[in-house]
Design a protein around this ligand. Structure first.
Ligand SMILES: Nc1ncnc2c1ncn2[C@@H]1O[C@H](COP(=O)(O)OP(=O)(O)OP(=O)(O)O)[C@@H](O)[C@H]1O
Ligand SMILES: [Mg+2]
Length: 185
């Protein structure tokens, strides 16, 4: 554990997998337990830190490198950093892990919702646009998603509620000694 108790919780998965939903529930529960939490959500980061970046491999790598760098610094300062970003490339995730692990634990959570289910949910209407060709370089459709083989936890969201999935993340934190045992959210 880092001297300050910080860590990075990194949620990766397809668009619509449930990363932001689960990250929100986990963050709320951590805050209820008086943990210092900072969230880095892909959509928000792209409005600020990564404004102007697109979805080429180079820009995606730059985006993830920035998130990884900020996350590692915040974790070093003692925050529980909850990242929710597609982060489709294995090497970029590994770099974020290596940077963080110089100072603090890195817990990778693969929100492993199937492409079919994500496209069915389509909360932002992006799959419809991707399949109609209106939107290029869309992860899972016209851009790769490299499945993690080193994730600390793989979550199946199909047939489970967001609250159940958040509970699995909190249980993993307890198991890793990063959170005191309490009745889960
Ligand atoms: N078990 C579950 N966990 C999380 N989300 C779920 C679950 N079951 C259904 N959903 C629904 O799936 C959708 C997930 O959307 P969300 O915005 O969280 O995805 P995301 O992974 O952050 O996508 P993006 O990469 O586009 O930001 C929401 O509408 C949510 O209500
Ligand atoms: Mg999201």
């Amino acid at each position: 554990m880092s001297p300050n108790g910080g860590y990075v919780l990194w949620l990766t998965g397809l668009s619509g997998a449930g990363k932001s939903t689960i990250a929100g529930l986990v963050s709320d529960e951590l805050e209820t337990r008086s943990v210092l939490v900072e969230r880095l959500d892909g959509d928000i980061v792209r409005e600020h830190l990564s404004k102007g970046l697109g979805f080429s491999k180079e820009d995606r790598d730059t985006n993830i490198a920035r998130i990884g760098w900020v996350a590692s610094r915040l974790a070093r300062a003692g925050a529980a950093v909850v990242v929710s970003a597609i982060s489709p490339y294995d090497q970029a995730r590994r770099r974020a892990r290596a940077l963080t692990e110089e100072h603090a634990p890195f817990i990778e959570i693969w929100v492993a919702t199937s492409l079919e289910e994500c496209a069915r949910r389509d909360p932002k209407g992006l799959y419809r646009k991707a399949y109609s060709g209106e939107l290029a370089e869309f992860t899972g459709v016209s851009d790769p998603y490299e499945e993690p083989d080193d994730a600390e936890l793989r979550i199946e969201t199909e047939g489970r509620s967001p609250e159940q999935c958040a509970g699995q993340v909190l249980a993993k934190l307890v198991e890793l000694g990063l959170l005191a045992e309490e009745v889960a959210a």
